[in-house]
Each structure stands twice: as structure tokens, then as C-alpha cells.
Design a protein around this ligand. Structure first.
Ligand SMILES: C[S@@+](CC[C@H](N)C(=O)[O-])C[C@H]1O[C@@H](n2cnc3c(N)ncnc32)[C@H](O)[C@@H]1O
Length: 300
């Protein structure tokens, strides 16, 4: 409970911090008004003074509101999951990133497993006649059940023809993978998901186990941490990480270009990774990687 009641920005008790910050902001602003009024006497009822006072009080309300909202999100996993399902559904569509997304998912066939599909964002690249004839079945591993209606709607919208099974479990858990046999999957895909999974090594151990030797591929597109920790972007990500983590249900900035190759057995996988800057409006999540990990045929 201790970690749930602190401000995600600074570690101070959240409500206390917000109330203190509000009080300080209002007092400082009002003391500036007082000095100005005493010295000049002209600012008393000016629009400028009224505007400043309104701004200081609005800031206070905003601070308290934000702190209360973050506090509720951190203390209620269900509220956090529900909020994130709405947020993610609203932000999922980005035409410029969709081009990259669909290029990555080009040519999928056979059995496909998707890690963390969210609102079914990737259906836009997989629907229609053509993909329907190449993909034979798809299994989605998604722990957040609030995405269910959106997944169904996107499946319909993009005319997904192949059978889709949704397993509402996290991708680390054995339960998610228990029906999937060793060496039986043609493709595992994951977009914007390894930033949230609690144990990437465990997830990728499952991926490694189920992919078919010699032809199986893991394809990924992820947002990552800044390559240079000391850069302004790196600093901003570290500063905002606790808030981001709360709003985005556990998402954090990670060095996934190191994590992915390190978590897949070197003797079994050829990993190709490219860095790129995603055309997204949110500065913190611009650094991206995409790539493939191809499973080799390894002698028994
Ligand atoms: C940012 S959303 C990305 C959704 C979608 N893949 C996309 O590209 O828009 C992250 C998704 O990962 C899911 N997720 C989080 N932790 C997970 C886990 N341990 N196993 C599987 N999925 C997870 C979330 O519920 C959410 O659906």
C-alpha cells in the first residue's frame, strides 16, 4: 500500500504533495500581487491581476485533480485497466505509423500468435480476402478484458476472415500458452507490448518454445528508451516515467534493443533490429525499434 499512496512524480504522499504545491502556488502569486499593489497601486483591479489570480487557482485545481486521478488509478487496477483500454483505443490509429506496422506484418501465414493486441490495432493490416486465405488461425494473448468489445468491433470492421481466439491471460503466464504446442507457430507478433510486460525474459522464452524451427518468426515493433541516457529525451523519460507508468497501465521506457536479443537463445535465433523515430505526437514515445527474430533449425 505504501507505494500506492505516494506521488508517482516525486515520491511524496500524493494528496499532501498536491495540496502543498497548490497552497505554495497560490501564496506566491498572491504575495506578488500584494507587493505590486502596494508599490504601484494601479494593478489592483487590472485584467492582468485577475488573470494571474485565476491562473494560479486553476493551476491549484489542476494539480489537486491530477493527483487525485493518479492516486485513484494507482489504487484501483480495474479502473486503471478500464481507463487504459479507452486511452489505447483512442490513440491506436496513426496513419503514418500504420504504414510501418503493416509493412512489418506483411506476408503472415499459418498460425499466428499476437502478444497484447489491445483494441485489435493490427487487424487493419491483416483483414480482407488476401490475408484471410493465408492466415489459418490467430491466437491473441491479452490480459485486459476491457478490450474485448473493441477487439470484436475491429475484427468486424477490417473484415477478418480467419478464426481468432482471444486468451485473456498475460503473456508471461503458463495458462496463456498451455494450449500451444512446442514448435507449432509460424509467427508471433507484438507491437507496443514489451514496454508493459512484467517479465520480458519469460514472455520471450514462451515465444522461443512455440515457434517452428527453420521458418518461425517473431516480429516486433516497440517504443523504447532514449539510446543516450544523458540526452534531454532520456532525462524527460526518466522524469515522466512514474506518471507514464500509471496512466499507461504499467508501460515503461526500456532498452528493448538489448533485452530482445538477450532473452532469445543466441544459438537458435537470428535477430535483426532497426531504430527509427516514430511520427507520433508524444515526444516521449518517439524512439522506436522494429525487427524480426528468425528461429533456425538447430540440430537435436
Ligand atoms: C500500448 S498497448 C498496444 C496495443 C496494440 N498491440 C497496439 O499496437 O496498438 C499494450 C498492450 O499490451 C497489453 N499487455 C500489457 N501487459 C501484458 C502482458 N503481460 N501480456 C500480454 N499483454 C500485455 C495491454 O493490455 C495492451 O493491450
Amino acid at each position: 500500500m505504501k507505494s500506492l499512496t505516494v506521488c508517482p512524480c516525486c515520491g511524496l504522499p500524493s494528496l499532501l504533495f498536491a495540496i502543498f504545491a497548490t497552497y505554495l502556488a497560490v501564496r506566491v502569486t498572491e504575495s506578488i500581487f500584494a507587493v505590486n499593489q502596494d508599490a504601484a497601486g494601479r494593478l489592483k483591479d487590472s485584467v492582468f491581476v485577475k488573470g494571474l489570480r485565476l491562473a494560479s487557482r486553476s493551476l491549484g485545481v489542476f494539480l489537486v485533480g491530477t493527483a487525485v486521478f493518479l492516486f485513484l488509478l494507482r489504487n484501483s487496477p480495474s479502473l486503471q485497466q478500464r481507463f487504459f483500454s479507452i486511452l489505447c483505443s483512442c490513440l491506436a490509429s496513426n496513419p503514418a505509423l500504420d504504414a510501418r506496422r503493416c509493412a512489418l506484418l506483411e506476408g503472415l501465414h499459418g498460425t499466428v500468435v499476437e502478444l497484447g493486441p489491445g483494441p485489435g490495432t493490427n487487424f487493419r493490416c491483416l483483414g480482407g480476402e488476401d490475408a484471410g486465405s493465408r492466415i489459418t488461425n490467430m491466437i491473441l494473448l491479452e490480459p485486459n478484458t476491457f478490450f474485448a468489445p473493441k477487439i470484436a468491433a475491429e475484427k468486424e470492421k477490417y473484415n477478418v476472415r480467419f478464426p481468432v481466439q482471444v486468451v485473456y491471460e498475460s503473456a508471461e503466464s503458463g495458462a496463456a500458452w498451455q494450449a500451444i504446442r512446442n514448435n507449432s507457430v509460424d509467427f508471433v507478433i507484438g507491437t507496443h507490448v514489451l514496454c508493459s510486460t512484467a517479465d520480458n525474459e519469460q514472455v520471450l522464452a514462451h515465444v522461443s518454445r512455440v515457434l517452428k524451427p527453420s521458418t518461425g518468426e517473431y516480429r516486433f515493433l516497440e517504443h523504447v528508451s532514449a539510446q543516450d541516457d544523458a540526452s534531454f529525451l532520456g532525462l524527460s523519460q526518466r522524469l515522466m516515467a512514474p506518471v507514464f507508468n500509471t496512466i499507461a497501465a504499467g508501460c515503461s521506457f526500456r532498452r528493448l534493443w538489448d533485452v530482445i536479443p538477450a532473452s532469445l537463445p543466441k544459438e537458435t535465433f537470428d535477430v535483426q533490429i532497426e531504430h527509427f523515430e516514430a511520427p507520433l505526437p508524444i515526444y516521449l514515445i518517439k524512439p522506436h525499434i522494429y525487427g524480426t527474430a528468425k528461429k533456425r533449425l538447430v540440430d537435436a
